[in-house]
Design a binder for this molecule. Structure first.
Ligand code: SAM
Length: 289
C-alpha cells in the first residue's frame, strides 16, 4: 500500500529522528535548515508551513539532503549558502565554512583607528577563503581599498563568485598569494587574517564532517599550529605602515604564544582578546612608528 502523504511537520520529525540515530549533532536544527531552504523561508518561519503536505519533488529533495548530512557532509555545503554578518555567501568544498567567531574579528577591524582613519585605508585579508572577512569589511566600511589573498585557486574562485553575488565585485580585488609579502613596504593600513591554525595532529582527530569535507589547507597550521603566523608576521612587519594594525584569529590555546610572538616581532599595543564564549580567540598589534 502506498505511504500516506505527510505534512511538513511530520517530515521534519522523521528527519530529526533519523539524523539523531546517525549521531549527527543538532538534528532538529539541521532538519529545519534543510526544510527552510526548500520552502525558501527563514527557519523561524517554517511554522507557517507545518500543516502543508509538500509535493513529491520537495519530499525527495529533502530526503537527498538528509542523506548527505547523514553521510557526514556539513549541512552548510548541502544548503550551498551560509550567512556571515550581513551577507549571504555561497559555500562549498572549495573553502572553509565561515564560523560565527570570525564575525567578531570583522568587528575588531571596524572599531579600529586604522579602519576609521580619513582617506582610503588599504585593507588586506590573508587566507580569504569564501571572502567572508574582506567582503564584509568592504560592505561595512565607509571607504577603502580591499584585497583578499589566498594560496588556494579554488578558494579564490569561490571568493570571486561571492563578490559577484553580493554586488561587491567592483570593490574587492582577489589574488593568489602565499602570505602578503608582495605589497610595497609600508603600504598597508590593515592586515587581517584567519589563517589555518590547528596543529596537524589535532586536525587528524577532528570530527569527520570537518576533517573529511573542509579543505585541509584551511585547517592545518603545522606541528604547533603557529607556522603561518611566523611567516605572516614577517610579511606584516615589511608591508604595514607605521601605525598600521594586524588583526588575527587564533586558536584558544595560542594566546600566550601569540602575545610573545607579536612582541618579539616589535608590535606595540599587543592584546589577546576573547570571543563571546570567553576563549582567547584574537591577537592584535600595531606596527611601531
Ligand atoms: C581558516 S581558513 C579561513 C578562510 C576565511 N578567511 C574564513 O575566515 O572563513 C584559512 C585560509 O587560508 C588559506 N591559506 C593557507 N595557507 C596560506 C598561505 N600561506 N597564504 C595565503 N593563504 C593561505 C587557505 O587556503 C584558507 O582559505
Amino acid at each position: 500500500m502506498a505511504e500516506a502523504p505527510k505534512k511538513l511537520s511530520e517530515l521534519i520529525a522523521l528527519s530529526d529522528a533519523f539524523l539523531a540515530r546517525c549521531k549527527i549533532p543538532n538534528p532538529r536544527v539541521v532538519s529545519e535548515l534543510l526544510a527552510a531552504r526548500l520552502f525558501k523561508c527563514g527557519r523561524l518561519d517554517l511554522y507557517r508551513y507545518a500543516d502543508t503536505v509538500p509535493d513529491t519533488r520537495v519530499v525527495d529533495a529533502l530526503r537527498r539532503g538528509v542523506q548527505r548530512v547523514a553521510k557526514g557532509e556539513p549541512v552548510q555545503y548541502v544548503l550551498g549558502q551560509w550567512d556571515f554578518r550581513k551577507l549571504t555567501l555561497k559555500v562549498d568544498r572549495r573553502a572553509l565554512i565561515p564560523r560565527p567567531e570570525t564575525e567578531q574579528l570583522v568587528d575588531l577591524v571596524l572599531k579600529s583607528a586604522q579602519a576609521k582613519q580619513a582617506g582610503k585605508p588599504l585593507v588586506v585579508d590573508v587566507g580569504t577563503g569564501t571572502g567572508c572577512i574582506i567582503l564584509s569589511l568592504a560592505s561595512e566600511m565607509r571607504d577603502g581599498v580591499f584585497v583578499g589573498l589566498d594560496l588556494s585557486p579554488d578558494a579564490l574562485s569561490l571568493a570571486r563568485e561571492n563578490a559577484a553575488l553580493t554586488g561587491l565585485e567592483g570593490r574587492v580585488m582577489f589574488a593568489e598569494s602565499d602570505g602578503c609579502g608582495e605589497f610595497d613596504p609600508a603600504s598597508v593600513d590593515v592586515l587581517v587574517s584567519n589563517p589555518p591554525y590547528i596543529p596537524s595532529h589535532v586536525v587528524d582527530g577532528l570530527e569527520p564532517h570537518i576533517r573529511d569535507h573542509e579543505p585541509r589547507m584551511a585547517l592545518d597550521g603545522g606541528a604547533d599550529g603557529l607556522d603561518i603566523y611566523r611567516s605572516l608576521l614577517l610579511d606584516a612587519v615589511m608591508v604595514l605602515k607605521p601605525g598600521g594594525g594586524v588583526f588575527l584569529e587564533i586558536g584558544d590555546e595560542q594566546g600566550p604564544a601569540m602575545r610573545e610572538m607579536l612582541e618579539e616581532y616589535g608590535f606595540a599595543d599587543v592584546s589577546v582578546i576573547r570571543d563571546y564564549s570567553g576563549k582567547d580567540r584574537f591577537a592584535v598589534g600595531t606596527q611601531s612608528v
